[in-house]
Design a protein around this ligand. Structure first.
Ligand SMILES: C[S@@+](CC[C@H](N)C(=O)[O-])C[C@H]1O[C@@H](n2cnc3c(N)ncnc32)[C@H](O)[C@@H]1O
Length: 275
């Protein structure tokens, strides 16, 4: 269901408006007995002396499709899915979520669903898709790399965003994580999910590029930490502990490692928090 609203406000900030919309959506969700009824915002007047005008509505995501592995194309296991949804639901209004490595959109939709259950924050998804590189030898670790650079993969991502409604929350950037960080100016990233290339130097460089944009209470989730052929954790350690300031900010020793019970040497994820 979608209900259009027009909200005319006084001199409120964007954060105030987002918070008001979230309360409104929670009320609507309660009335409709639907947990995934959330607000979305399409416009915001830059002129704060006059009224803000917001075109908004209530968007119901297709949670059943997002949660079902058979309908949700991609490579994320359910325990990681549940963590992403939970963490995304806790991101404060006005902050953002960034994903590096979106593939066909499974994890992107998990993040969008979590956001929709929380403060309806924006999700920025970065993937080079058919402009990407396929490093020599990588396919022995990740056979799915042949699919990374197919145009059908981006089409599958767009289709998943559209049919689940997740696209209302997601801005897709056809870019590597490192290049994307160069154009991202705010210090508001509260949740970063890394699932791009997994070699030590890939993870290190992606995190180094994004750390300056991370909020004070941000959380990083790294995927594929259980696979011994990759060195995801070592790459992250190099990035997160390389200066005193970073060591004081990031609680590397206190990270949570979640190996995949089904196959502990595949997939798995680590959550790194600030102190
Ligand atoms: C393991 S897949 C991601 C799986 C996805 N998270 C899911 O839910 O199924 C890795 C993705 O990272 C993308 N990728 C490759 N190099 C990248 C880079 N430098 N920055 C961001 N993404 C990259 C690939 O195109 C591929 O789609």
């Amino acid at each position: 269901m979608s209900v259009d609203i027009l909200l005319v406000t006084d001199d409120s900030s964007r954060e105030d408006i987002a918070e008001a919309l979230t309360h409104l959506a929670k009320y609507a969700a309660h009335q409709l007995h639907h947990p995934d009824c959330t607000p979305w915002v399409t416009a915001h007047s830059p002129d704060r002396r006059i009224a803000h005008r917001l075109g908004g509505g209530f968007m119901t995501l297709n949670a059943e499709m997002i949660l079902d592995q058979k309908q949700s194309p991609g490579l994320i296991e359910n325990p990681c899915r549940d963590a992403l949804i939970e963490l995304a639901s806790k991101v404060s209004a006005g902050r953002t979520i960034v994903e590096l490595g979106s593939f066909k959109g499974r994890s992107t939709a998990h993040l969008a669903l979590g956001s929709s259950r929380g403060n309806a924050v924006a999700v920025h998804a970065y993937d080079p898709w058919d402009n990407g590189d396929t490093p020599a030898g990588y396919e022995t670790h990740a056979p799915s790399i042949v699919e990374y650079v197919r145009s059908e993969t981006r089409e599958a991502f767009d289709a998943h965003m559209a049919r689940t409604g997740a696209g209302e929350y997601v801005t897709a950037h056809q870019s590597t994580g490192v290049d994307g960080a160069k154009d991202y100016d705010d210090l508001d990233v509260a949740l970063l999910f890394h699932d791009a290339l997994h070699r030590k130097e890939d993870v290190r460089d992606d995190l180094k590029a994004w750390l300056p944009n991370m909020a004070d209470d941000a959380v990083i989730v790294l995927h594929d930490v259980g696979d011994p052929r990759f060195e995801v954790e070592e790459g992250a350690r190099l990035a997160l502990t390389r200066t005193k300031v970073l060591r004081e900010k990031w609680n590397w020793e206190g990270r949570e490692v979640h190996l995949w019970a089904k196959q502990p040497t595949k997939r798995g994820f680590t959550i790194v928090r600030t102190r």
